[in-house]
Design a protein around this ligand. Structure first.
Ligand code: NAD
Length: 491
């Protein structure tokens, strides 16, 4: 697809490409990950489930795992899980078949292959994605993920979840998601800037301030949003430039970002935990919690929960897991992670394996990393009362069944991590109106919006006597169904 194709407003839909086989070859025939000196992933293959192919030593016991393997494996069911959740909601409420047909498909799937000059002077071609699931309720909206495991199936799943999330929270946006298949740790900051800018250029007018608005997700941040914003603004007519500042949200404050956006997702998770705890006889003062993923979402949840007097016992990220039952200081750990790139080697806690991390006895577990972490195996290990899903899709269908059987409460992802898109909406509104709201205003509006969504989910759970995940989907689908019925299907 050429840039001029995009400028002529062609929305391009392509068949999914299964790159899993290439992946295996790339990372395992070449002996990666883990063999390169200085690699962030050094040593992880000792857990690898591809043990026949993996050259590194096998573990004595415990759960086999490897970040790359897990990134591959999740593809097989992440989109299926999203569709299964829709089916489950349909079993309870007989939603209109025609509308379900529309919602089980994504509207546009854009795949771009774009060249970038690397620091060694050679050209590398990258693959980027933007999937626009639905825009019945407003412009497409959703994050951009830079990760080696990114592919069309994952992005389709995440885009669909965004549609449910915006419908559930009554935010006037649709659902989208995008990303580039790469590991940012392998590139210099200058290369990352060129990759980001060239990706933005390749997307062309498939994104836009009133059409499709990206935001940060895994391995992307305010700096990357600023590069996208600048690239987009530089490719429109000069007199349009300043009308495009809201082409992305999650920008740095000076470039039109909102107060409170960086912590918004974590803040939303904590607001919901506080609400849940107040209704379930859980005193957060002295309560304990464990967190998987210590990036934007996980580290903010950890820091904000501590202010309630709760104690962080264990953290796992891509580099490993650490535990200290006396308590880990989240601010201190965040400073360590900023310097060292992960929790591995943090001296004020003991290193523990994946199974020990999952089995830690605590009141709350906050998954804030990738999809499909809570499976039938890991759900059996958990020793908590509440799971607050900071990540998107952290629980697979079998894992969910185990949680229900074990009566572990779940605040489901499309509700729990919606603080990010809620404050993205506030940022977008501020940009459109040339306004700047103070932190107090943003925080209070976030609280009102997210707690209203919580009430809607609770009401649906009580009315239909279903779990909260199903209830959240029922609320979202009901809203979408209503809008489609009001408007009808063109022509
Ligand atoms: P991030 O890149 O800031 O952090 C990701 C974290 O996950 C890192 O600590 C990383 O080490 C860890 N991780 C990656 N692979 C892992 C693995 N295999 N095992 C354990 N840990 C692993 O990303 P983020 O923005 O914090 O996003 C985390 C999750 O929250 C994602 O599911 C994302 O879609 C979701 N989310 C993010 C936002 C947002 O505003 N950033 C909003 C809603 C939902």
């Amino acid at each position: 697809m050429t840039h001029s194709d995009q400028k002529s407003n062609n929305r391009v839909s392509v068949e999914p490409v299964d790159r899993r086989k290439d992946w295996k070859l790339l990372y395992h025939q070449q002996g990666r990950p883990g063999l390169e000196e200085g690699s962030r992933f050094k040593g992880l293959c000792r857990y690898c489930e591809l043990h026949d192919m993996c050259p590194l030593p096998k573990p004595e016991g415990g759960i086999w795992r490897c970040t790359y393997y897990r990134a591959l494996r999740k593809k097989s069911n992440v989109y299926d899980n999203v569709l299964k959740q829709l089916e489950r909601a349909k079993e309870v409420v007989p939603f209109d078949e025609d509308i379900c047909k529309i919602l089980t498909e994504t509207m546009n799937e854009i795949i771009v292959h774009f060249p970038v000059k690397m620091k060694d002077g050679k050209v590398k071609v990258f693959t980027g994605y933007r999937v626009q699931h639905n825009n019945a309720l407003g412009p497409f909206k959703g994050g951009l993920r830079f990760h080696p495991g990114v592919d069309i199936e994952e992005i389709k799943a995440l885009a669909t979840m965004m549609t449910w999330k915006t419908a559930l929270t009554h935010i006037p946006f649709g659902g989208a998601k995008g990303g580039i298949q790469l590991d940012p740790a392998e590139y210099s900051i200058e290369e990352m800037e060129r990759i980001t800018r060239r990706f933005t250029y390749a997307l062309g007018d498939n994104i836009g301030p009133d059409y499709d608005i990206p935001a940060p997700d895994v391995n992307t941040n305010a700096q990357i949003m600023a590069w996208i914003q600048d690239t987009y603004m530089s490719t429109v007519a000069p007199n349009e430039r300043n009308r495009c500042a809201h082409v992305v949200t999650g920008k740095p404050l000076e470039s039109g970002g909102s107060q409170g956006r960086e912590k918004a997702t974590g803040q939303g998770v904590v607001l919901l935990i506080e609400k849940w705890a107040s209704e379930h006889d859980m005193d957060l003062k002295g309560a304990t919690y464990i967190v998987q993923g210590f990036g934007n979402v996980g580290s903010w949840v950890a820091r904000l929960l501590q202010r309630n007097g709760s104690r962080l016992l264990a953290v796992e990220d891509v580099t490993g897991a650490v535990s200290n039952l006396k308590g880990i200081d989240p601010d201190d750990l965040a400073a360590y992670v900023k310097e060292h790139g992960g929790v591995q080697g943090y001296a004020k806690a003991e290193p523990v394996d994946h199974a020990t991390f999952f089995g830690t006895q605590a009141d709350i577990f906050i998954p804030a990393a990738l999809e499909n972490q809570i499976t039938d195996a890991t759900a059996e290990l958990l020793n908590v009362r509440l799971i607050a899903e900071g990540a998107n899709g952290p629980t697979d269908t079998e894992g969910d069944r185990v949680l229900q059987r074990r009566k572990i409460a779940v605040i489901p992802d499309i509700l729990c991590n919606s603080g990010g898109v809620i404050v993205s909406y506030f940022e977008w509104l501020q940009n459109k109106r040339s306004e700047f709201w103070d932190l107090e205003e943003v925080d209070s509006k976030l609280k009102k919006t997210i707690l209203a969504a919580y009430e809607r989910v609770r009401e649906a759970a009580e009315k239909y006597q279903v779990d909260w995940r199903t209830a959240a989907h029922i609320v979202a689908l009901s809203r979408l169904e209503k809008v489609y019925k009001e408007r009808g299907i063109f022509p």
